[in-house]
Ligand binder design. Structure first.
Ligand code: ADP
Ligand code: MG
Ligand code: ZN
Length: 638
C-alpha cells in the first residue's frame, strides 16, 4: 500500500472489507431457504391440521349397527354419505353448528343393501358427498402438489443455470455478478522468469498507487494492458500480482463469462462491471481469455450477435473513461492474432506485454518458488531440473514439483529427491510431446544453429539493426526460435545495400544449417518468404533491377489507409507483360542466389564462432544483446 496518503482512494481502500457477500435475493439461495417454498410447506401442514380437526372433533365414531339403530330410533334425521364415512346428524345440516344440542355420529359404511330402503322408510334425508371430508385433501391434490412441483422444478432449473437465474430475473441488473476479490496477496515475488513483463508493469503499479502524481502532471497512462503468452505461462498470476503490488481492488472476469445464452446479458454485464469499477477506483479489471469475446468480427464465420454486442459494449466502455479515474484494464490472451483489431487501437489495449516461455534461468527461479512448498533432500539440483525441462511453462513446472512430491510419497520417502524430479520430467514430457510442444534434442540443435546464423550475419552486416535477443524457446505456432533485432532509430528510407543486408540476415539461418548439418530443413520457410518478398519489391516497386532501373512495375496501389497493399489477386491485372514477369522471376532468383552465396562464405569463415554461440544457446536457451556482443567481440579479438 502506498504510504503517502494524498489520495483518499487509498484510505477508502484500506477499510474495504472483502466483497463477497452472497446475493441478496436469488430464487434459491443456499444460505436462506426461499420464503416461497416455506410458505408452501407451511400451508400444507396447516391444511392437514384443519382437515384432521374437522374430521375428528365434531363427530362421535360409532359402529354401523349403532348407526343403524339410531336411524331406526329416529334420532338421526340427516345422513351425509361419503366415500369412506357416513355422518349422521340429529338435525338438518343448515342448522348444524348454529344451535347447541345437535350431535353428529360418524361411522364406517358397510355394504348393506337394506340401508337405503331403511333411510327411505324412516324419512331420513340423505345425500351423497362427493368431496365430503376429503375436500381439503382434494384441494391439496389439485393445487398443492402442482405448486410444490413447480417450485421444485424452478429450483432445479435455477441451480443448473447457476448465476444466470438472477440475471434473467433482474433483467440484466446483475449487481451481484462480478464480485471484487478481497485483498490480493500475490506479488511480483510470486512470479518468476518474467522480468521484462514485470518491468513494463511496474509503471502501472506505480500509477495505481499514486494516481494523484500522474493526475498532477497530466501524463497519459495506458488504459489497457494486454498480456500475451502461452497457456499456463502465468498471465493470470501476473495480473493478480499487479493488483497485489498496488494494493487495489481486483475485478476478475473471464471472457467466456460474458458470452451468455441470452442476447444482451453480456453487454449489460460489461456495463455493470465498469460501473462498479468506477465506484471502487483505483482498481484493476482483469478480463481473462479476452479472445472469447474479442475474436475478430470480420473473420467470424457466423455472426454471433451476443458476442458482438458484448465486444461493442466493451469498446464503448473503454473509450468512455479516462485512466486518470484510476481504473486499469488488464486482459490476457494466448491468441492475440485472432483479436479484433479494434481492441488493439490506441486508447484500448494499446500496450502489449509478452509473457513468453521461460528460459533456463527463468525455469530455475519458478522451480524455486514452487519447491518452497515441498521438502527437498540434498540431492536435488534445481538447475539440473530446469535444464531437463526445456519448453515448460510456469504451470508445467508447478505441476512438475507436485508430481515429484507425489512420486516421493509413493516411494515412502520423507523428502523429494533428484530421482523423483527426473522421473516426473519424463512423465510430463511424455504428455507434452503428444501436444508437440517440446522439441527433441536434434531439432533443438538445428534451431540453435539456425538462429545463430541469423544473428551472426546481422552482427557482421554493415548498418544492420543490432541483435537484441536470440532464443531457441518455441514461440507461438510455427516459430521454433527467434532472433530479435531492434532498430536503433525509426527508418523511413532504406538503401539498396540495406535491403540486400536484410535478405542476407534472413538467409543466414538456412546457410548455417547447410554448413553444419550439410542438410537443409523446413525451418527456414518463413525466412524465405520474407527474403523473396524484399527481392521482389526491389524489382517491381523500387526500380532497383538492371533492366527496369527506376521503373515501377507495381500493379496496384490501394489506399495507404487500408494498410498492407494487397497482393496480386483475382481480377487484378498485372501491368506488365509475360516477358517482364519472367524477367522478374529470374531476377528474384538471381538476387537470392548471389546473396546466399555471400552468406555461406561469410559464415564458413566464422564457423568457430557459429559453433560456440550455438552451443552456448543450446545451454542457456536465450542470449541477450550483451551476452551475444561479448561472445562475438572476444572471439573476433582472438
Ligand atoms: P495463464 O493465465 O497464463 O494460463 P496462470 O497464471 O493461470 O497461467 O498460471 C498457472 C499456474 O502456474 C500459476 O498459478 C502458478 O502456480 C504457475 N505459474 C505460471 N507462471 C509462473 C511464473 N512465472 N512464476 C511462478 N509460477 C508460475
Ligand atoms: Mg489464465
Ligand atoms: Zn529463421
Amino acid at each position: 500500500m502506498a504510504d503517502n496518503n494524498n489520495s483518499n482512494w487509498d484510505k477508502e481502500n484500506k477499510d474495504k472489507k472483502p466483497h463477497n457477500e452472497p446475493p441478496k435475493w436469488g430464487p434459491f439461495n443456499k444460505n436462506n431457504l426461499n420464503p416461497g417454498l416455506l410458505y408452501a410447506l407451511g400451508l400444507i401442514v396447516v391444511m392437514f391440521g384443519v382437515n384432521y380437526f374437522f374430521n375428528t372433533n365434531s363427530s362421535d365414531s360409532i359402529s354401523f349397527s349403532d348407526f343403524k339403530s339410531k336411524i331406526e330410533s329416529g334420532e338421526i334425521h340427516y345422513v351425509q354419505m361419503g366415500q369412506d364415512s357416513y355422518i349422521g346428524l340429529t338435525a338438518a345440516p343448515d342448522n348444524f353448528g348454529s344451535s347447541q344440542g345437535i350431535s353428529s355420529y360418524r361411522t364406517t359404511p358397510v355394504n348393506d343393501p337394506g340401508f337405503i330402503p331403511l333411510l327411505d322408510k324412516m324419512g331420513v334425508e340423505y345425500a351423497a358427498q362427493a368431496q365430503g371430508n376429503n375436500f381439503i385433501i382434494d384441494l391439496l391434490i389439485t393445487w398443492g402438489i402442482p405448486i410444490l412441483l413447480f417450485f421444485l422444478i424452478w429450483r432445479f432449473a435455477f441451480k443448473r443455470m447457476g448465476n444466470m437465474g438472477q440475471n434473467v430475473l433482474s433483467f440484466g441488473q446483475n449487481k451481484n455478478q462480478v464480485v471484487a476479490e478481497g485483498s490480493i496477496e500475490t506479488t511480483f515475488r510470486d512470479v518468476a522468469g518474467a522480468d521484462e513483463a514485470k518491468e513494463e508493469l511496474i509503471e502501472v503499479v506505480d500509477f495505481l498507487k499514486n494516481p494523484a502524481k500522474y493526475k498532477a502532471i497530466g501524463g497519459k497512462i495506458p488504459k489497457g494492458v494486454l498480456l500475451v503468452g502461452p497457456p499456463g505461462g502465468g498471465k493470470t498470476l501476473m495480473a493478480r500480482a499487479v493488483a497485489g503490488e498496488a494494493g487495489v481492488t481486483f475485478f476478475r472476469i473471464s471472457g467466456a463469462d460474458f458470452v451468455e445464452m441470452f442476447v444482451g446479458v453480456g453487454a449489460s454485464r460489461v456495463r455493470d462491471l465498469f460501473k462498479q469499477a468506477r465506484e471502487k477506483a483505483p482498481c484493476i479489471i482483469f478480463i481473462d481469455e479476452l479472445d472469447a469475446i474479442g475474436k475478430s468480427r470480420i473473420t467470424g464465420i457466423s455472426g454471433n450477435d451476443e458476442r458482438e454486442q458484448t465486444l461493442n459494449q466493451l469498446l464503448v466502455e473503454m473509450d468512455g473513461f479516462d485512466a486518470v479515474q484510476g481504473v486499469i484494464i488488464i486482459a490476457a490472451t494466448n491468441r492475440p492474432e485472432i483479436l479484433d483489431p479494434a481492441l488493439l487501437r490506441p486508447g484500448r489495449f494499446d500496450r502489449q506485454v509478452v509473457m513468453d516461455r521461460p528460459d533456463l534461468k527463468g525455469r530455475e527461479d519458478i522451480l524455486k518458488i514452487h519447491a518452497k512448498n515441498v521438502k527437498l533432500d540434498t540431492s536435488v539440483d534445481l538447475n539440473k531440473v530446469a535444464k531437463g525441462s526445456p519448453g515448460f511453462v510456469g504451470a508445467d513446472l508447478a505441476n512438475l514439483v507436485n508430481e515429484a512430491a507425489l512420486l516421493a510419497v509413493r516411494r515412502g520417502q520423507k523428502k523429494v529427491g533428484q530421482q523423483d524430479f527426473d522421473e516426473a520430467i519424463e512423465k510430463i514430457v511424455a504428455g507434452l510431446e503428444r501436444k508437440t510442444r517440446v522439441m527433441n534434442p536434434k531439432e533443438r540443435e538445428i534451431v540453435a544453429f539456425h538462429e545463430t546464423g541469423h544473428a551472426l550475419v546481422a552482427a557482421f552486416t554493415q548498418d544492420a539493426d543490432p541483435v537484441h535477443k536470440i532464443s531457441i524457446i518455441p514461440r507461438g505456432i510455427g516459430a521454433l526460435g527467434y532472433t530479435l533485432q531492434l532498430p536503433t532509430e525509426d527508418r523511413f528510407l532504406m538503401s539498396q545495400k540495406e535491403l540486400l543486408g536484410r535478405i542476407d540476415i534472413l538467409l543466414g539461418g538456412r546457410a548455417a544449417e547447410e554448413i553444419i548439418f550439410n542438410e537443409i530443413s523446413t525451418g527456414a520457410a518463413n525466412d524465405l518468404v520474407k527474403a523473396t518478398s524484399i527481392a521482389r519489391k526491389m524489382i517491381t516497386d523500387y526500380g532497383m533491377s538492371q533492366r527496369f532501373r527506376n521503373v515501377s512495375l507495381e500493379s496496384d496501389r490501394s489506399s495507404p489507409f487500408l494498410g498492407e497493399r494487397s497482393q496480386l489477386g483475382m481480377g487484378q491485372q498485372r501491368q506488365y507483360s509475360e516477358n517482364t514477369q519472367m524477367y522478374v522471376d529470374e531476377e528474384i532468383t538471381r538476387i537470392i542466389e548471389t546473396e546466399y552465396a555471400n552468406v555461406l562464405k561469410m559464415l564458413k569463415e566464422k564457423q568457430a564462432l557459429l559453433d560456440d554461440i550455438a552451443k552456448k544457446l543450446l545451454e542457456v536457451e536465450t542470449l541477450d544483446s550483451e551476452a551475444f556482443k561479448k561472445m562475438v567481440e572476444t572471439k573476433a579479438a582472438v
